[in-house]
Design a protein around this ligand. Structure first.
Ligand SMILES: Nc1ncnc2c1ncn2[C@@H]1O[C@H](COP(=O)(O)OP(=O)(O)OP(=O)(O)O)[C@@H](O)[C@H]1O
Length: 338
């Protein structure tokens, strides 16, 4: 188990990672997300042993690193995967994967598993971005790392490739059976391929939990907004029931919120009907998304909500419409902001 306890990292007088606690099971994948500059790369560098830590401990198997006891990267058996692939351009695929490797049979195993065996003799310059990343992953896993750190491995690839490669990477990590921390900017990637998601806010982990829990019951408004479109609708929460101007739904209190609250509403928790006698809102703007349309709609009570509907349902800005809560699952209820 990879265990990070009360980890703090300072750059000079500035604390960049504050009291981080993570425990990862032997084959668990944690997706680490957060806004730019919140400390994601710093965490990976600290775990890899590339920078000193200021407080706390990192441990895995037989080693334990603290501010007093630096464990060098090679003793941690860490595998790293970067967005720019970091392959040697003058070496073939096979030589890249076998670089400093004692048992080269593992290289063949991972090249085959990642569909790259026919490119053994190619140089990185002859490969596409996705192929390069497969080689980089094969190289990392062939070295039998004790844990793997991935720093935005898909950010240099186009959208269509990202979608398939993320599942290949997940499959390979699961096959290797190692804990992994995967930094991404992509909230869809974070929610789909990880076993758990950690959301970092200015160096502090706001929440670490399953994707479903983080999305449906965020620990804070920051997490709610970071993981997707979020609208906050005034409601009165009583006995697990949230009453709003546009319908009643089950409510789950966050941090003991009760009475006058704001419930978190996602765009697919709502329906929007035009030409209704019971119109209660006005369309502000529309974003065409192909399969669907996203609307911003202001209710007559002044609250702006985002709602996603079928692409067939075209409304114009300024048009009156009826917005209704249609979900039956419980919505997270937050105390009113001061
Ligand atoms: N070597 C350094 N010396 C001083 N400050 C640094 C150093 N490296 C990073 N920082 C600062 O530490 C903070 C965290 O940086 P970090 O690169 O970990 O963020 P990040 O979440 O990975 O950002 P991004 O998503 O943009 O890659 C930032 O404010 C950054 O400016």
């Amino acid at each position: 188990m990879l265990k990070v306890s009360n980890l703090c990292v300072n750059y000079g007088a500035t604390r960049v990672v504050d009291n981080l606690n993570i425990e990862l099971d032997h084959d668990e994948i944690l997706m680490l997300v957060g806004p730019t500059g919140c400390g994601k790369t710093t965490i990976l560098q600290a775990l890899a042993g590339l920078i000193p830590i200021s407080d706390g401990a990192i441990e895995l198997g037989r080693w334990r690193a603290t501010p007093q006891k630096m464990v060098p990267p090679e003793k941690r058996h860490v595998g790293m995967v970067f967005q720019d692939f970091a392959l040697f351009p003058h070496m073939t695929v096979a030589d890249n994967v076998c670089f400093r490797l004692k048992d080269t049979s593992l290289a063949d195993h991972w090249l085959e598993l990642l569909g790259m065996e026919q490119f053994r003799d190619a140089k990185p310059g002859q490969l596409s971005g996705g192929q390069k990343q497969r080689v980089a992953l094969a190289r990392t896993l062939a070295h039998e790392p004790a844990f793997v750190l991935l720093d935005e491995p898909l950010s240099n690839l186009d959208a269509a490739l990202k979608d398939s490669l993320r599942w290949e990477i997940r499959g390979a990590l699961k096959e290797a059976g190692v804990p992994a921390i995967w930094v991404t900017h992509d909230q869809e990637e974070a929610l789909s391929v990880g076993d758990r998601v950690g959301i970092l806010n200015k160096g502090v982990l706001d929440q670490i939990d399953t994707p479903e829990t983080c999305y449906a019951t965020p620990a804070s408004r920051f997490v709610a907004r970071f993981l997707g479109e979020a609208s906050f609708l005034p409601a009165v929460l009583h006995d697990g029931n949230a009453k709003t101007d546009i319908g009643e739904v089950p409510g789950t209190p966050v941090n003991g919120a009760s009475g006058a609250v704001d419930i978190l509403v996602r765009p697919d928790d709502l329906s929007l009907v035009s030409h209704s006698d019971a119109a209660n809102s006005t369309v502000d703007w529309e974003r065409y998304e192909g399969e669907s349309r996203l609307y911003a709609v202001t209710l007559d009570n002044g609250t702006q909500m985002k709602v996603r509907v079928s692409h067939e349902n075209a409304l114009q800005p300024g048009e009156r419409a009826k917005l209704e809560l249609t979900t039956t699952h419980p919505l997270a209820a937050f105390a009113k902001e001061a």
